[in-house]
Design a protein around this ligand. Structure first.
Ligand SMILES: C[S@@+](CC[C@H](N)C(=O)[O-])C[C@H]1O[C@@H](n2cnc3c(N)ncnc32)[C@H](O)[C@@H]1O
Length: 337
């Protein structure tokens, strides 16, 4: 039997890859779990360490700042190791602080040299000794909400203008709670009731969503490991994301341009709603991401998706002659210039 990797080493490696390649965290995490790299009993902890550290990054960086200020040139893996350890110290009750610090120092010894291990030890011990800096020192209320809930400043400012401080804080806090996993049944291949039955036979606890006719909620189990997922009967997607294809108001055999499409959640939904007819032209800037769209289309047995690498800012010229019925543009404004 192959030797399993240490769960914190794996979490750190994933955090590094996500930061450097801007890879999708869920795909990386699922692939590490699928490759059976870590002990099955550590899957929960791995998920918690990766998602938790990413989710609280801005708050953790605020906590770390005074302790690492004088070490200007820290390598990125050291910063991620410190982040992941502070995450455990602040947010996880079940892991004693000394255990989290011990593990971090061991990783630093394995990956770096003695000097780095003692720096990591020093930073973490002084956090333990001196306590965390107070968020009350941030005087601007929007900035305080942004740091406290790890939401981008531009978004918090926009929400504060629209909804006021109190509502914005509530919205940000709700955003930090773990949602139930939801799945979208591929109605071109199976009915929702049949899919539910299959999942229940496999031991999943699932129920129909009251919001959308193709959605199911998963109360126990990870749908990504189900046979229904593997055989293309199901996609994992939030109900809010599913609403987009409904909002498009697709009628019959249309041609739809999904201008920023990877990994293809909405593209494949639109293709399903077209009943595998019409066409979805799915663009993305990056070749490796276009591949994800094609893989998803193949898994779901959808033949009406044309995925290609293209900057959507050139799409108007490229598709002049094609009659396009609707366009979906799903990317942050700053990506589109
Ligand atoms: C939020 S994701 C889209 C998610 C997708 N709609 C889904 O439901 O799965 C944004 C995508 O837009 C792509 N993107 C950003 N700027 C782009 C551009 N100018 N042209 C094409 N794709 C772009 C990014 O590479 C990224 O994969």
């Amino acid at each position: 039997m192959s030797k399993k990797k240490n769960v914190r080493d794996t979490a750190l490696q994933l955090l590094e890859t996500i930061e450097k390649n801007q890879a999708y965290s869920n795909l990386l995490l699922n692939s590490a779990i699928d490759k059976n790299e870590i002990n099955p009993i550590d899957v929960g902890l791995l998920t918690e360490l990766v998602y938790g550290t990413l989710q609280r990054k801005m708050t953790i960086d605020f906590y770390l700042k005074p302790f690492i200020e004088k070490n200007k040139k820290l390598q990125s893996w050291v910063i991620n190791l410190l982040r992941m350890t502070v995450y455990q110290m602040v947010y996880l009750d079940k892991i004693p602080e000394r255990a989290a610090i011990f593990e971090a120092v061991e990783i630093a010894k394995r990956r770096g040299h003695k000097g780095i291990a003692s720096l990591v030890n020093g930073v973490l011990r002084s956090i333990q000794r001196n306590g965390l800096p107070s968020l009350d020192s941030i005087t601007d209320p929007a900035e305080r909400i942004s740091i406290d809930t790890s939401h981008p400043m531009w978004l918090v400012r926009r929400w504060v203008n629209q909804f006021g401080e109190e509502k914005t804080r509530e919205m940000c806090e709700v955003n930090l709670t773990a949602p139930l996993q939801t799945g979208r049944v591929n109605l071109t291949r199976i009915s929702r009731d049949e899919c539910l039955e299959l999942l229940e036979e496999e031991g999943f606890e699932v129920e129909l969503s009251p919001i959308l006719p193709e959605a199911i909620k998963c109360l126990r189990g990870n749908l990504a490991s189900s046979k229904a997922f593997k055989y293309g009967l199901l996609t994992i997607q939030d109900e809010s994301s599913m609403l987009v294809a409904h909002a498009l108001g697709i009628k019959g055999e249309e041609v739809i341009l999904d201008a920023c499409a990877a990994p293809g959640g909405k593209t494949t939904h639109i293709a399903e709603k077209l009943g595998n007819s019409g066409k979805v032209i799915s663009l993305d800037l990056h070749e490796h991401k276009v591949k994800l769209i094609s893989e998803n289309a193949e898994r779901l047995g959808l033949e009406n998706i044309a995925a290609q690498k293209m900057d959507s800012r050139q799409a108007a010229d490229q598709f002049k002659k094609e009659s396009i019925d609707r366009v979906l543009l799903d990317a942050p404004a700053q990506d589109l210039g």
